[in-house]
Design a protein around this ligand. Structure first.
Ligand SMILES: Cc1cc2nc3c(=O)[nH]c(=O)nc-3n(C[C@H](O)[C@H](O)[C@H](O)COP(=O)(O)OP(=O)(O)OC[C@H]3O[C@@H](n4cnc5c(N)ncnc54)[C@H](O)[C@@H]3O)c2cc1C
Length: 174
């Protein structure tokens, strides 16, 4: 094991998880870099719900008001018969939690909250990782090569085979 202090962190993926992680890393003195395969922040997507612990996370990030301002404010769902008479009601909370926002709006709020403290690289992705004694050498698809103390995948669900190969320069690991 190396005991090199971790300062620079490369995060793969700029949706919800990546920028959220960058938010806390930069608050605690790390230098996060986020690489996103899309050429710009991706818009659109589905509605994302907040409830319970995730509401507390928003409060601690001081982003609750920003998310509330863009909430979908979905109402209750009514089932009606052929005469338009209400026969059943599903409360909004059953579908949209305590607070609901479109994924793209959430990603933009997180990006705005982190862009000053994190480096964003759009239109690129990790091609190869080489585990070094004192960090990780990263070769990007663009051909650029950089070193980071730590690399974290936050780029959604993948089959393991989708992730880049990892080479080890020695038997050490971080
Ligand atoms: C219909 C639907 C409804 C959902 N509702 C909810 C909900 O209510 N609440 C909830 O918590 N979750 C919900 N989810 C799950 C949702 O997918 C996750 O919560 C959230 O999007 C996960 O964010 P993420 O950042 O981990 O990954 P993703 O949102 O999948 O983002 C991955 C990012 O990584 C980028 N990327 C991918 N591969 C690479 C690469 N090789 N290099 C660089 N960048 C890359 C992508 O372009 C993307 O920007 C829902 C999902 C669906 C489909």
């Amino acid at each position: 094991m190396t005991h090199h202090p971790i300062r620079t962190v490369l995060i793969s993926g700029a949706s919800v998880a990546g920028p959220s992680l960058a938010f806390w890393l930069s608050r605690y003195g790390f230098q996060p870099t986020i690489v996103e395969r899309a050429r710009q922040l991706r818009e659109g997507g589905y509605a994302v719900d907040f409830r319970g612990t995730s509401m507390e996370a928003l409060r601690r990030m001081e982003l609750l008001d920003a998310v509330k301002a863009e909430a979908t404010n979905m109402g209750d769902m009514y089932y009606v018969d052929r005469h338009d008479r209400e026969v059943a009601t599903m409360p909004a909370a059953a579908f949209s939690g305590e607070l609901e926002i479109m994924r793209g709006d959430l990603a933009r709020i997180l990006y705005d909250a982190t862009k000053a403290g994190a480096e964003y690289i759009f239109g690129d992705s990790i091609a190869e990782l080489t585990d070094l004694d004192d960090g990780v050498e990263v070769r990007f698809e663009s051909g650029r090569v950089r070193s980071f103390d730590l690399v974290i995948g936050a780029d959604g669900l993948h089959l393991c085979a989708d992730w880049p190969s990892v080479r080890r320069s020695s038997s050490s690991a971080i």
